[in-house]
Every structure is written in C-alpha cells, then in structure tokens.
Design a binder for this molecule. Structure first.
Ligand code: HPA
Length: 301
C-alpha cells in the first residue's frame, strides 16, 4: 500500500474516516448518549465499571472495526452511561500491541471517542514500580511518559495525517493535562488518598523485564513500567482530548536478590486494592469537572 504519495494516501484517510464513522454510528444506535468523558480501565480494574449509572454495555465484538481483548483481566466491552453525572464512554478492558494488533487497531477506540465528542480521557493501567517507596495498591499520577515504543518507529501517528483531527507534528510537552493533574491532586488530598507522581514507561511486552532492563529504565528516569497507555495518549493528545493518566501499582519492579518471579496473576490480584482508591478518586475528579452551564468544566478554566 502506498502510504506516502498521491491518491493512495487520500484513500487511506477516507477509509480510516469511514471506519471511525461506522463504529460511532453502531454505538449511537445502541445508546443515544454523547459521551463527554472517555475512561479506559487497565488490567484487573474492570470492577470500576460497576460505578456507572444507567449504563448500556456493548461487547467490542458487536462494534465494527473494534478488535477483541485476548488477555485475562480485560473483558472487552464498552459501557456507556453516567459516571458522577457525566456522560461517559468506559472501556472495560483494552487491547495491547503485544496481542498482535496494529497500532491503528490499538488506538481506534480513541478516534471513535473523539468522533462521539469526548473531550476528556482518563486512562488507567496496572504498572510495575521502579521506585522502592511505591507499594502494591498505590496510585501514581502520570506526569509524563517515556515513549520508548514510539521512539523505535511504532508511533501510532505514523502514516497519513488527518488534519481534521490534529497537526502532523503534535506538541507533546503537556500530554498529561496540567489542569486535570491539579484536580486529581486536590481530589486525592480531600479524600486522604496518597497519590504518587511520576513518569510511566511503556515497553511492548509481553515478556516482563530482565534485571538489566529494569536498571536501564531507572537510569533513564522512569518511575513505573507497563505495556499500554502511551499509544492511546499519543492519539488522544493529537486529537485535542485532554488526558488524565493514573497507574495502579500492581507489583514491585525493583528486583532484589532472590525476588520471586512475576506473573500476570500477581498483576491482576492487585487490581482490587487499586480500585478501592481509584474509584472514589476518579468520581471525585469528575465531580469537580461538572460543567456549570458552559462548555468547559468550570474548575478547569
Ligand atoms: N512490567 C511490565 N508491565 C507490567 C508490570 C511490570 O512489572 N506490571 C504490570 N504491568
């Protein structure tokens, strides 16, 4: 396929717009809801969907061009409803690059969110702690990310750019919205929930890191490591969606001599502890965002 020149490039863009439109229309046929907020639940965090009110669930398999999650801990359905009174499109499980999907497939739901009118994306994940003081079950507000997978040529924005969505060369100096970060810190203080702050690094996975990988990640300034989030945030920020990112610490990634091997089960098991803090925090942040007449939530102006 010719991605670079001439009519092929325009056809790629048209085909991509058509896919987004078809998925959006299928979702709107099931609910009249026009979501204001997008929320992606990471590994082991699916139970947070129970906080949604008046919701309609749509399996990814019933939405054109959505691909299904193949990993345990990711259910694979959209839940459309109200969270803290705001119309929300919740992804109960996501797909990852390591499952063999393309970056376009991994980030397709973000394009659909934008098409449906989403202005704010809250993205969560399970992550390994690279800081010894982080404990299993803790939350980390993502202040920035290290896009190692983007850097090696897997940036999801590679290919023809759709200027109707965003610029060819998007700025990434404030990918994690400062206004939303401030709200999250205020909310955590009010609720007495400790919120660490730090830099998230994505590796493709699916293998966990070697001890040498982990030493490298600490040296380059990463605080938590996982296998997701960066593609979705890159595509959302490009599209002008304001992003709040929160990692739930599922395990220590600081290896001591004799550390036991890490497993996916351990990552999932931490989910319940994480959700106990994450659910009230997200609801409080959304409550603080509630629009008071205007288009933009008043607390963010
Ligand atoms: N490494 C990579 N991805 C992860 C980890 C980890 O330690 N924990 C949860 N996701």
């Amino acid at each position: 396929m010719n991605h670079i020149h001439g009519p092929g490039r325009q056809m790629d863009l048209e085909a991509s717009r058509t896919r987004v439109r078809e998925a959006s229309e299928a979702i709107l046929r099931r609910t009249g809801l026009h979501p204001h907020v997008g929320l992606i639940l990471g590994s082991g965090l699916s139970s947070l969907a129970g906080e949604m009110k008046d919701s309609v669930s749509i399996p990814y398999a019933e939405i054109p061009h959505f691909v299904s999650a193949t990993v345990e801990g990711h259910l694979g359905e959209l839940v459309m409803g109200a969270l803290a009174g705001l119309p929300t499109m919740l992804m109960r499980g996501r797909v990852h690059y390591y499952e063999g999907y393309t970056m376009e497939q991994v980030t397709f739901p973000i394009r659909v969110m934008r098409h449906l009118g989403v202005k704010y994306l809250i993205v969560t994940n399970a992550a390994g702690a690279l800081k010894p003081e982080f404990r299993v079950g803790d939350l980390m507000l993502i202040t920035d990310h290290l896009g190692l997978v983007n850097m090696v040529g897997l940036n999801p924005l590679i290919g023809p750019n759709d200027p109707a969505i965003g610029p060819r060369f998007p700025d990434m100096s404030q990918a994690y919205d400062p206004g939303l970060r401030k709200l999250a810190l205020e909310a955590s203080e009010e609720l007495g929930i400790h919120l660490h702050q730090g830099v998230y690094v994505m590796l493709s996975g699916p293998s966990f890191e070697t001890p040498a990988d982990l030493r490298f990640l600490r040296l380059i300034g990463a605080d938590a490591v996982g296998m997701s989030t960066v593609p979705e945030v890159t595509v959302a920020h490009h599209a002008g969606i304001r992003v709040l990112g929160i990692s739930g610490i599922s395990n220590s990634a600081v290896l001591e001599p004799g550390s036991p091997p890490l497993s996916h089960e351990e990552v999932l098991a931490a989910g319940q502890t994480v959700v106990a803090h994450l659910a009230p925090l997200i609801k409080r942040v959304l409550g603080m965002m509630e629009p008071q007449g205007g288009e933009a939530p008043s607390a963010l102006q």
